[in-house]
Design a protein around this ligand. Sequence first.
Ligand code: MEV
Length: 311
Amino acid sequence: MKSIASAPGKVILFGEHFVVHGTKAILCAIDKRVTVYAKTIPDKIVIKSDIGDITCDLDVKLTEINSPLKPLLYLAKRLSKKYDYNFGMSIMVKSEIPSGMGLGSSSACCVAGAAAIYTLFDKPDKEEILKLAIDAEKTIYSDSSGADCTVSIHGGIMIYHNGKFVKIRDVPNFNIIISNSNIVHSTKNMVSKVKEFKEKNSKEFSKMCDIENKLVDNATSLIKKNDLKQLGRCMTQNQDLLKNIGISNDKLNKMIKIANQVTYGSKITGAGGGGCIISLSDNIQDVINYLKENKIECLSAKIDFKGFLTD
Ligand code: MEV
């Protein structure tokens, strides 16, 4: 038996980190995908990807595995048990999304992996696949808000709040400029860092959460109006909050300063500490040229409206 599934990466337009602590966030699926090929084989689980390989027995203990591919192994084991399957599986991952850069490569891998392995045994079920993908992501960091997997499953732009989401309908397919710091980060470590900040500064953090919720409300109506100029300003305000909770750094601040000279506004996207910044503009090519002249690696992405796909 064979199956193929793919899922898009994402950018967080507003609300990363705060979303882990119960505020709203706005996420957007992007037109860069992870594809997972799954196949039943006689014995062993064999996982191959650009970031490493795993070969092991089906009964291996997950606690013995220290690999970014652990979510796929978790999915293979869980679904084999569910469907009473006792043989092996080959899982191959192909990704257009750089890993550790805040663009949702890991959640897209969990979604595509859950969808590919699930459809080896059964007809695709969106809700089941989402639950599996979030549980798989939690084998890497248990505090995951689930937001990244949710937007990867459904595609488009959505407001995510405490495990629930609302899609923003009829959005114009604007371009998002993504610039890469080339500093790899660990989402798990950055989420722990913010948790510590919250414990030490609870009142300040709670005020910031209120500001973030207002920013999300404001940004939602600006997205519907396609007002990129004001939306960019909101992003810059969101960046101030992210800076205050300690997830920016000198390189990201410098990139944001340069990008803001030619765009409507910029911010970190995802866990921070490295990874990418996003910016908005109506003059995409001019901005890209300017950023490249300033030695900033960048690309423009469009919204993915499809979400996860199975063959
Ligand atoms: C990571 O892409 C987004 C964070 O908000 C973590 C999460 O929501 O699980 C930093």
